[in-house]
Design a protein around this ligand. Structure first.
Ligand SMILES: [Zn+2]
Length: 130
């Protein structure tokens, strides 16, 4: 294709995905002064999910989700043979009981799980209301 931008490649996407992405962009960018091209918005989404997959690959054999509850995420650590309990502390930070830390490998792993991200977002909005 001759009209492709330098450093960009065209990819065909199903129409419904494009419509959903447009809708998401509209919601996320509401009130912003600068408008971002849809292609750039979709690339950011893609980059996030690619990174998430890469992290997932790296930790998959060592760490896995044991259970996700509204106020607690359980991560099985196959290397140490324990189950880490991650609870919400100080609003929406996850706190690991076995490392007594908010920045251990278990918390990092939990952050890579979309479902946990949803929980964190919920905790955040709850904390803001209180
Ligand atoms: Zn931990």
């Amino acid at each position: 294709m001759s009209d492709e931008k330098r450093g960009w490649k065209s990819v065909e996407l199903p129409e419904e995905i494009v419509v959903e992405a447009e809708e998401l962009m509209r919601v996320k960018h509401e009130g912003r002064l600068t408008k971002v091209p849809l292609g750039l918005f979709i690339s950011d989404l893609m980059r996030d999910s690619i990174e998430r997959e890469q992290v997932g690959e790296k930790y998959q054999s060592l760490l896995e989700v044991y259970a996700i509850e509204p106020d607690c995420v359980y991560v099985r650590d196959n290397k140490r043979d324990v189950i880490a309990e991650l609870r919400f502390k100080d609003e929406a930070d996850l706190y690991c009981n076995i490392d007594a830390a908010k920045n251990c490998v278990h918390v990092g792993f939990a952050w890579s799980i979309p479902k946990v991200n949803l929980l964190i977002a919920k905790q955040k909005s709850r904390a803001q209301k209180e």
